[in-house]
Design a protein around this ligand. Structure first.
Ligand SMILES: NC(=O)C1=CN([C@@H]2O[C@H](COP(=O)(O)OP(=O)(O)OC[C@H]3O[C@@H](n4cnc5c(N)ncnc54)[C@H](OP(=O)(O)O)[C@@H]3O)[C@@H](O)[C@H]2O)C=CC1
Ligand SMILES: CC(=O)[C@@H](O)[C@H](O)COP(=O)(O)O
Ligand SMILES: [Mn+2]
Length: 381
């Protein structure tokens, strides 16, 4: 029996993880659920799965607590996080954005298996991730695909590894059109139904920049071995080009429950218990070059990756804050990346040497974006 904790259980990946778990009641026991708010969704999940523990970061109301099923204990904050990890042997980290860094750190230090959906943590905990490679199973669709492909390939035979990008909603828009893009347009991802933060990152292509840094840490690959290619259908999730001219591709219908199920049971394979699409419905499959002049986020992520050290957590914090400013209607779409670039150009703090210093550097990036916003953008949308 797999003892599972789901961190970020109420979000897009969290709920899909529970959809999979529900199909395998004999094999998966949900021991703990964790989310930020004591929401109705979390309460319903708790009543359905009856975990030993439910954790929130927000103080629940008396009504909410009294509605918990018998046998489910509630804990608050980081104390609850540690208890949730202790109860389980596999932990799905589906907390969004930089809030997922601390949970990943706790899991990596615990000796438990990390099912890594949150990518921000993989990007900024590079050394710890590399030291614990055998206990990290990627869930991000491209990395889960590459994880499956790379296990059967000799590193010396690899020419390039490709991350596929849908191109987001603005793939074919001009910069002029993108400068006027609304929040609603940016949140309309052409292929995936995801949380707001990653959806905006997909629209700027910062998501793919993050995935490049994620792949470097997960697979110990040099940056110049990793390419990004536009693949509008989101059916091929990862590609490995070998020196002999072969391309190995991993494909599946566009459904996060496939990599989630793979990670939940790895190394065992289970039968997909949801509706399948026949192969012809997955066609056509096409690839295009990325327009890096239009999607400068990719360049910035590569640059931060080359600089390394403090530039990585600063990039993460700056992106989180700039995306929030856009979602609050305070800055235009193209200003997200512009303000991140300005933040990176003003870095004057040292490389972090501990988790606390990593989190402080993330906060520095967030605060610097707010400073730059107040200085140069406030009142100008
Ligand atoms: N969605 C997808 O298809 C994919 C997502 N990912 C990655 O997976 C992660 C999750 O993404 P997604 O599911 O889309 O995100 P969502 O925004 O849909 O869900 C976020 C979850 O995190 C919880 N959360 C937010 N802040 C905190 C906090 N401070 N403490 C504890 N819990 C918190 C939320 O709780 P509450 O509901 O109470 O606010 C919610 O359960 C991200 O890092 C994303 O990049 C990767 C590949 C695909
Ligand atoms: C489902 C998943 O893995 C996302 O990270 C996805 O990659 C987002 O789509 P984009 O390819 O548009 O960034
Ligand atoms: Mn992805």
């Amino acid at each position: 029996m797999i003892k599972l904790a789901v961190l970020g259980s109420t979000g897009s990946v969290g709920t899909q993880t529970l959809e999979v778990a529900e199909k395998f009641p004999e094999e998966i026991e949900v021991k703990a659920l964790l989310a930020r708010r004591a929401s109705d969704t979390l309460l319903l999940q708790t009543r359905k799965f009856k975990p030993e523990l439910v954790v929130t970061y927000e103080e629940p109301s008396k009504d909410w607590l009294s509605s918990l099923p018998k046998g489910t204990q509630h804990m608050l904050g980081d104390e609850g996080l540690h208890a949730a990890v202790a109860l389980s042997d596999r932990v799905m980290n589906a907390v969004s954005g930089v809030n997922g860094i601390k949970p990943a750190h706790v899991v990596l230090k615990s000796g438990k298996l990390l099912l890594a959906s949150n990518k921000e943590s993989i990007i900024c905990l590079g050394e710890l991730v590399k030291e614990n490679r055998e206990r990290v199973i990627p869930v991000d669709s491209e990395h889960n695909a590459l994880f499956q492909l790379l296990r059967d390939i000799d590193v010396k035979d690899i020419r390039f590894v490709y991350l596929t990008a849908s191109g987001g909603p603005f793939k074919d828009w001009s910069l002029e059109e993108m400068s006027k893009a609304t929040k609603e347009q940016a949140l309309r991802h052409p292929r995936w139904n995801m949380g707001a933060k990653i959806t905006i990152d997909s629209a700027t292509l910062m998501n793919k920049g993050f995935e490049l840094l994620e792949a470097m840490n997960l697979f110990c690959l040099d940056m110049d071995r990793i390419k990004v290619v536009i693949h509008p259908q989101s059916v091929v999730h990862g590609v490995v080009e070998l020196k002999d001219g072969s391309f190995f591709m991993h494909a599946s219908q566009t459904d996060m429950k496939i990599p989630i199920m793979h990670a939940l049971f790895y190394p065992e394979r289970k039968t997909y218990p949801f509706e399948r699409k026949p192969l012809p419905e997955l066609s056509p499959v096409s690839f295009e070059e990325v327009d890096t002049d239009k999607f400068r986020a990719l360049y910035l992520a590569r640059w931060a990756g080359e600089m390394g050290g403090v530039y990585i957590p600063v990039l993460l914090g700056a992106d989180e804050e700039a995306v929030e400013l856009f979602l609050e209607g305070r800055i235009g779409f193209l200003k997200i990346v512009e303000i991140i670039e300005k933040t990176l150009s003003e870095v004057n703090i040292s490389d972090p040497r501990s988790i606390d210093e990593i989190l402080a550097a993330v906060e520095w990036g967030r605060a610097k974006v707010r400073d730059i916003y107040e200085r140069e953008y406030a009142g100008v949308v």
